[in-house]
Write a protein that binds this ligand. Structure first.
Ligand code: ADP
Ligand code: S3P
Ligand code: MG
Length: 190
């Protein structure tokens, strides 16, 4: 098991990386960083606009650079974007620099959670269900390759899921000596 001080969330769009990350950061005394948000801050524009202006390849180059920059630090809760595992160098970096949690979600749950979402360019055209199924098929082995722990949010709401994941991390994540101690998940209803 990986005794890293960073906690890294990977998984598909709508798995809850960003929102569960927010709750867990507080619980484990980690600094929350969301890779997409950091890319947007550096570029001064949105992920959707970057896809439009630079294509997916341009966005992926920015994503790799941001992951490398952020993961020089310790004590982070890093919420990645769903495609962060595509590049082999990213996968190596994630494995080396953190305890990686793969959040599991079904395509049906993704469709429900992202029904109103207009910010994810990969879902902007075509048949959403088909796109999500193709992405899941291609990426599932890549998430599995980097994961130290897999966690299924199933039918849980995000507060319950965060509380359940925190309990699983208490059992499975060996943190380095001197890491801040954990406190209850705020707003958890489980
Ligand atoms: N466990 C959950 N149960 C219900 N809704 C959720 C859950 N996790 C996330 N959501 C909702 O799904 C949407 C996407 O969540 P988000 O955290 O942005 O996912 P990701 O960063 O993995 O793409 C948000 O509207 C969020 O409130
Ligand atoms: O799956 C993907 O390739 C993407 C997922 C998004 O992040 P979330 O997984 O946080 O939605 C964002 O990085 C971008 O729209 C591309
Ligand atoms: Mg996100």
């Amino acid at each position: 098991m990986n005794p890293a001080s960073n906690l890294i969330l990977v998984g598909p769009m709508g798995a809850g990386k960003t929102c569960i990350g927010r709750r867990l950061a507080e619980r484990f005394g980690l600094r929350l960083v969301d890779a997409d948000r950091e890319i947007e801050l550096r570029a001064g524009t949105s992920v959707a606009t970057l896809f439009e202006l630079e294509g997916e390849a341009g966005f992926r180059a920015r994503e790799s650079a941001v992951l490398a920059e952020l993961l020089r630090d310790d004590g982070l809760l890093l919420a990645t974007g769903g495609g962060a595992v595509l590049a082999e160098d990213n996968r190596r970096l994630l494995r080396e620099r953190g305890f990686v949690v793969q959040l599991l979600v079904t395509v049906e749950q993704q469709l429900e959670r992202l029904a109103q979402d207009r910010s994810r360019p990969l879902l902007a055209r075509g048949d959403r269900e088909q796109v999500l199924r193709e992405l899941a098929q291609r990426r599932a082995p890549l998430y599995a390759e980097v994961a130290d722990l897999r966690y299924d949010t199933g039918s849980l709401g995000s507060a319950e899921a965060a509380a359940g994941l925190a309990a699983a991390l208490d059992r499975h994540w060996r943190r380095p000596a001197g890491a801040p101690s954990s406190s209850p998940v705020s707003g958890a209803d489980a």
